[in-house]
Design a protein around this ligand. Structure first.
Ligand SMILES: [Ca+2]
Ligand SMILES: [Ca+2]
Ligand SMILES: [Ca+2]
Length: 384
C-alpha cells in the first residue's frame, strides 16, 4: 500500500531525476578507469599466452601470426619458462586492435616475433595463469555462413584402417574474404582412434586458394590430446597478406583402432577465423558420422581368449562377462546390434573382473559387446 501510494511514486521519480546525466557519466568513467589502471600496471607476459586471457591455446597462434616479424625491445632476463615477466620498459610500436601490445607476442622475450615464439606456444600449451577470460567464438550458422566442412568419402571404415577425411572452408555460394587465420578444435572418440603418435594427422594441400607458393604459404599448428580425443588446430598465414577464396584446404588421416565396431563421429567446435585486424568471421561447424566395420578387423589372437561371456545364447535377462585375469578390470561396455548401431553403454567406476549385465527388454537377435578393460578391448558376439 505504501509503495503504491502517489506520494512514494513521486519521491521515486524525483530521486531518479536528481542524478544529472553528466554526473552519472563521470561515475561510469571513473569506474572504467579504476578497472583499467590496475590491469595495465599489473600486466605481465606469460610466455605463450599472447592474447593474455589466462590460457595458452590455439587462439594464441592466431595472434602470433598477426604479429609475425614485428620487432621491439626484448624483456630484461627473459625466460620461456612458465612464469609471469614484466613487459619491456619501452613498449613496442604496434598493438593488436584490442589494445594489447605486440610485446606479448614475443614469447621468448628476445625482441622479435618469429618461429621460436610459436614453439613456445606448443611448449606451454594448456597452461593457465590468473583469472581465465574465455576466448570468444563467433558461432556460424550453416544456412547463412561459410562452413568449415569435414568430408568422408567412405561411410563404412574397416577397423584398423586409416580414415581420410577432407577439410574445406567455404563454398562457391559462401566464399571466404580476407582470410588470415583459423583456429578450431576437432573432437573424436579416443577409444576409436588408435592411441599412437601418428594416428591423427593433418596435411595441408599444396597450391590451394589458401596455401600459395613460395613464401606465400600457410602453416599449421596442431596439438592433439589422444587420451581426451581433442585436437586443437590453427592454420595461419604469416606474411601479413590476406587471401580470399573457397574449397579444399587439407586432409586428416586418422588411424582407427584394430577392434572397434559401431557408429562414431568426428566434429569441429570452437571455430575462430580472423582477418589481419583480428576481426572474426562467423564460420559454421560440421561433423561426419561413419560406421566401423568389424568384419575386416585384424583381431589380435590373444583377445579371442581372456574373457568369458555366458550363458550364450542368453536365455534369461542377464548375461555375465568375466575376465580370466583377476587383475584386469572392466572399464566400459558398449552394446551393438548386428548392424553396428550402438544400443547402450555402461561405465564402471569400480574395475571388477566380472560384471552381470541386465538385458531385460532386448529383442531376440545377434549382438556384439565391445568390452573395454584397463588392458585391452575385446569384442564378443552373443545370441539372445
Ligand atoms: Ca591465450
Ligand atoms: Ca621472440
Ligand atoms: Ca627470435
Amino acid at each position: 500500500m505504501y509503495l503504491s501510494s502517489p506520494f512514494s511514486r513521486r519521491i521515486f521519480v524525483s530521486e531518479r531525476q536528481t542524478i544529472p546525466q553528466h554526473l552519472s557519466k563521470l561515475i561510469l568513467t571513473s569506474f572504467v578507469i579504476l578497472i583499467q589502471v590496475p590491469m595495465i600496471l599489473g600486466q605481465q607476459v606469460w610466455p605463450g599466452d599472447i592474447n593474455n586471457n589466462g590460457i595458452v591455446n590455439n587462439i594464441d597462434v592466431l595472434y602470433w601470426a598477426v604479429a609475425k616479424d614485428a620487432t621491439g625491445d626484448g624483456r630484461v632476463s627473459p625466460t620461456s619458462d612458465w612464469v609471469g615477466q614484466d613487459l619491456p620498459a619501452t613498449l613496442w610500436d604496434q598493438s593488436f586492435p584490442n589494445g594489447l601490445n605486440y610485446a606479448f607476442a614475443d614469447c621468448d622475450g628476445d625482441g622479435d616475433v618469429d618461429d621460436d615464439d610459436k614453439t613456445i606456444i606448443e611448449d606451454n600449451f594448456g597452461r593457465m595463469h590468473g583469472t581465465l577470460v574465455p576466448d570468444e567464438y563467433a558461432t556460424g550458422d550453416a544456412a547463412s555462413d561459410p562452413i568449415l566442412a569435414l568430408s568422408n568419402p567412405n561411410s563404412v571404415v574397416p577397423s584398423g584402417s586409416t580414415l581420410e577425411a577432407g577439410l574445406s572452408l567455404g563454398t562457391a555460394t559462401d566464399s571466404i574474404s580476407n582470410f588470415y587465420g583459423i583456429a578450431f578444435t576437432v573432437n573424436y572418440d579416443p577409444e576409436v582412434v588408435k592411441n599412437q603418435g601418428n594416428s591423427f594427422q593433418l596435411d595441408i594441400l599444396e597450391d590451394t586458394w589458401m596455401n600459395g607458393m613460395g613464401d606465400d604459404k600457410v602453416i599449421k599448428f596442431i596439438k592433439n590430446d589422444r587420451d581426451a580425443g581433442v585436437a586443437e588446430i590453427a592454420i595461419v598465414r604469416k606474411n601479413q597478406q590476406m587471401v580470399s577464396g573457397f574449397g579444399d584446404i587439407g586432409t586428416f588421416s586418422i588411424v582407427m583402432e584394430d577392434i572397434v565396431v559401431g557408429l562414431t563421429n568426428i566434429n569441429t567446435t570452437d571455430i575462430k577465423m580472423i582477418d589481419l585486424a583480428v576481426t572474426d568471421t562467423p564460420i559454421a561447424a560440421s561433423d561426419i558420422q561413419f560406421s566401423i566395420d568389424s568384419t575386416t578387423a585384424t583381431i589380435r589372437p590373444i583377445a579371442r581368449s581372456g574373457i568369458k561371456l555366458y550363458p550364450n545364447p542368453v536365455l534369461g535377462s542377464e548375461v555375465s562377462l568375466e575376465l580370466e585375469d583377476e587383475a584386469e578390470g572392466i572399464r566400459q561396455l558398449h552394446l551393438f546390434d548386428v548392424n553396428g548401431r550402438l544400443l547402450s553403454k555402461w561405465k564402471f567406476n569400480e574395475r571388477l573382473n566380472k560384471q552381470n549385465i541386465d538385458l531385460k527388454g532386448l529383442p531376440k537377435g545377434i549382438y556384439n559387446f565391445k568390452i573395454i578393460t584397463d588392458k585391452r578391448v575385446y569384442i564378443r558376439s552373443f545370441f539372445k
